[in-house]
Design a protein around this ligand. Structure first.
Ligand SMILES: *[C@@H]1O[C@H](CO)[C@@H](O)[C@H](O)[C@H]1NC(C)=O
Length: 440
């Protein structure tokens, strides 16, 4: 989650894939098979490592927001923090009360191939809890990297698991104890370097092909920007995300995988959160004063969830396109033009020049209409959109940002962006400011 270099462990398991399912009565088994064929699940990746001081109420608030848009559960990313058990206790209790689901996602930036017994201990503790997500009667478990880890050994030391680890596509061949694969390739990149191109499904297709009859958990992300200087994590790049969030959901509908994982709910450090901002910045935004607080404070992403909601409903219904019931304009833009000179000791993030100096609108419309964008002192730009969900843009101008939806010459929706674009800046901030224009 916090590192760019993926460590591929040597795949140590060479046995054929074994079926982990315990024997169950035939009728039950058929019911489970039917469920496997038709039920689609959407999860969001939640970094437990940055919520040391969360209360159960904090968990409840986040889970309710996720549930509101149709997310089924959180993938609970854990390292080896001393507060894991306290926070997992809150998370499982909050989820149980809401009938929300959770599962553990072991972050192999911290865990190693020698940790099968410790990981089995977590499965034994949390697997039986009511809020645990199970699939085919098995305890669902995932990871961040950890290629070649012996999940069969974890199962043999705990209980039947449905392992969906995040490995390189090539690492699944011959793996023992793995039922599913999860990709982290949610942004346009080549060998994890930024590229000037839109996201495609090429990586997903290579996973699906490598996984054969095993299931696939497809990653969906809204954005990527990280800007840690040499004094902290020293990671400073963007992945081109101008046309990512809405087109990526179209890719979900066309591939129709078994599982989707939104990456992420709360990884503020890499700017791919769709969850709410936290009031206590210094505690939850990794990196302290020189860290994510610089590019996250005030940069709400909440309205992006409004776009996910109809897509999640469509994905679960097996539909090929989303249905818009409430018209809305969800806008997003960076706080400054990319060539603005900021008083920042850390240079612009690698790949910054790929960004378009544009402001973007995801139009959610129930019939054809026109989006009008007035960016700063630029002349208004009018773009016709069909019924449905469409991403459009206009060149960025400094000053206020006004977004309007018209139909047959009448204004349907209009509103001003919550942040003015400014060429004066103290931080090279390539995060997005996200808001919406609604009828109310
Ligand atoms: C990404 O797609 C959008 C919409 O089709 C297009 O306007 C834009 O130029 C594309 N970006 C790149 C880098 O190809």
């Amino acid at each position: 989650m916090r590192f760019s270099l993926l460590t591929s462990l040597v795949a140590i398991a060479t046995l054929a894939v074994s079926v982990m399912g315990a024997s169950v009565p035939v009728a039950r088994e058929e019911a489970e098979l039917a469920k496997r064929d038709t039920t689609k699940y959407v999860f969001a990746h939640f970094i437990v490592g940055i919520v040391a001081s969360y209360t159960q109420d904090d968990w409840t608030n986040d889970m309710k927001l996720a549930q509101d848009i149709g997310i089924d559960g959180f993938a609970l990313n854990i390292g080896k923090d001393s507060y894991n058990d306290a926070q997992l206790g809150f998370a499982y209790a909050a989820a149980e009360a809401l009938n929300f689901k959770v599962f553990l996602s072991f972050d192999f930036s911290y865990w190693t191939s020698g940790d099968a017994t410790a990981i089995a201990g977590y499965i034994t503790t949390y697997g039986p809890k009511a809020a645990q997500f199970t699939y085919n009667n098995e305890v669902f478990v995932s990871s961040f990297v950890g290629d070649g880890f012996d999940w069969a050994s974890v199962a043999s030391q705990s209980q039947a698991i449905y392992a969906c680890p995040n490995w390189q596509a090539s690492s699944y061949a011959g793996a023992s104890g793995v039922s599913c694969g999860f990709s982290w390739d949610a942004w346009p990149s080549a060998n994890n370097d930024p590229i000037d191109a839109n996201m495609t499904t090429a990586a997903d297709e290579s996973y699906i092909s490598a996984l054969g009859s095993n299931t696939y958990m497809m990653p969906v992300a809204p954005w990527f920007n990280t800007h840690y200087g040499p004094a902290s994590y020293n990671k400073n790049w963007i992945f081109y995300s101008d046309y990512l969030w809405q087109p990526r959901w179209d890719q979900v509908l066309s591939l129709a995988p078994e599982f989707v994982e939104i990456i992420t709910w709360n990884d503020f450090g890499e700017s791919h959160y769709i969850g709410p901002l936290h009031p206590d910045d210094t505690d939850v935004y990794a990196g302290g004063a020189t860290g994510a607080v610089q590019w996250v404070t005030g940069m709400t992403h909440d309205a992006w969830r409004d776009v996910a909601a109809p897509y999640i409903a469509a994905f679960k219904a097996g539909a090929s396109s989303p249905t818009v019931t409430t018209e809305e304009l969800v806008y997003y833009y960076r706080p400054s033009p990319k060539d603005a000179s900021c008083s920042d000791s850390v240079a612009q993030p690698t790949g910054y020049d790929y960004d378009d100096d544009s402001v973007f609108v995801i139009a959610m419309t129930s019939s054809p209409a026109t989006v009008v964008i007035t960016s700063g002192s630029n002349a208004a730009v009018s773009i016709a959109v069909p019924a449905g969900i469409t991403t459009v843009s206009a060149p960025m101008g400094t000053g206020s940002q006004v977004f309007t939806l018209t139909r047959s010459g009448s204004t349907v929706l209009t509103g001003t962006g919550g942040l003015d674009v400014s060429s004066t800046c103290t931080v090279y901030n390539f995060n997005a400011y996200v808001g919406s224009v609604t009828a109310s």
